[in-house]
Every structure is written in C-alpha cells, then in structure tokens.
Design a protein around this ligand. Structure first.
Ligand SMILES: [Zn+2]
Length: 197
C-alpha cells in the first residue's frame, strides 16, 4: 500500500477531466519517480498559473493579463464569436480560421440547471455591442441548451442591428465545438449562416 500523501495525490488527479484512478496512479508514479524532470517543473508551472492566470474581465477568456492578449490586440477584426467555454475558444484559435474577438459564456442557458443570462455574462456581452462590432458569430453546440441559448442571444442582439451568424454544417447534433477537428471547424466557420432576425 502507498502512504496517505500519495493517495491524496492520486485522488486529486483522478478527478481531473479525462483521468480515472488508473491513469492517475500511472501519472503519480511517473511524477514521483522522475522528480527532477517532471514533478518539479510541473509544480513550478502550476504555481505560476495559479498565481497569474485570471479570467479576462472583457471576454471571459483566460490569460495572465487583463484584458487578455486577444482583447488587447488592436489587429483583431471587429467581430465577436460567442462560445460556451474557454476550451471552445482555444479550439477556434488552434484552427487559425478566425481573427476576431470572443465572448466566453462559461455555460449555456438552462432552465433545469437554473443558469440564467446574468450567470452567463450576457449583460457583459450586450455592453460590448457598440457601433464598432460588425458581426456576432454564435459558435454554440448543437444541443437543446445550445440552441435555446443561441435563440435567446439572437433575440437580444436584434435591437443592436448587428448581423448574427451561426456555424454551419459540420457541428454534429448534440456535439460540442471543442471536439471538432480543425478542418471541420474551419468549414463550419467559413460557411456560417445568417440567423434570421
Ligand atoms: Zn479577453
């Protein structure tokens, strides 16, 4: 049997997304047996991230500065892509198909989950819709909550007279944006459709 320190470590890691007790155990063993090469650099990176990375007060993304690098980049096009999560934002950035700005909702509207527009930073999004924004792209999942969130946002944005589009084919029903491969994501972005207002 392993000691309580190791069990605590394994227990914490087993709760991380994509890991279970088996992989947590394997990773813990690797980290502890390769202390210099793996464990200490990881501790360093975690502690720097914990200290410096914050939620961007403008878009809800993550960065060590606030506003984040994307919000602070004057070269970004004056359009806002609305995503459910930072993971979706990262997927779009990785695909290098979009050079505008983002708004991370941090969830979807859900009657069952009790999440309303305020929890999702919708007022913040509305406050960003000044005359300079040329388009709002809804890159939300093709799930019931995703679609009702898209519908709600479209209704709210109507009064700003800004074109609203949504990602086109390629987003599977029930699927999230994050899991799409870069080619599919590029296609869905370039073939985005206007949302009838
Ligand atoms: Zn930002």
């Amino acid at each position: 049997m392993t000691g309580p320190e190791i069990e605590t470590l394994i227990g914490l890691m087993a709760r991380l997304p994509g890991l279970g007790p088996r992989s947590a155990r394997r990773i813990a063993l690797r980290l502890l047996s390769e202390r210099e090469q793996r464990l200490l650099p990881l501790i360093g990176a975690l502690s720097v991230a914990a200290e410096r990375v914050r939620v961007c007060s403008v878009c809800g993304g993550l960065d060590s500065r606030d506003p984040c690098a994307i919000c602070g980049d004057p070269g970004r096009e004056p359009m806002i892509c609305v995503v459910e999560s930072v993971a979706d934002q990262w997927a779009l950035e990785r695909a290098s198909i979009y050079r505008g700005r983002y708004h991370v909702l941090g969830g979807l509207l859900s009657a069952i989950g009790g999440r309303g527009p305020e929890q999702l930073g919708v007022p913040k999004l509305m406050a960003r819709l000044d005359g300079s924004v040329r388009e709002v792209i809804l890159a939300l999942p093709a799930t019931v909550d995703g679609q009702s969130t898209a519908h709600y946002l479209t209704e709210r944005i109507k009064s700003f007279a800004i074109p609203v589009t949504r990602l086109a084919q390629g987003v599977p029903v029930g699927g999230s944006i994050e899991i799409l491969d870069e080619g599919t994501l590029a296609l869905a972005m370039s073939a985005r459709r206007a949302v009838p207002g």
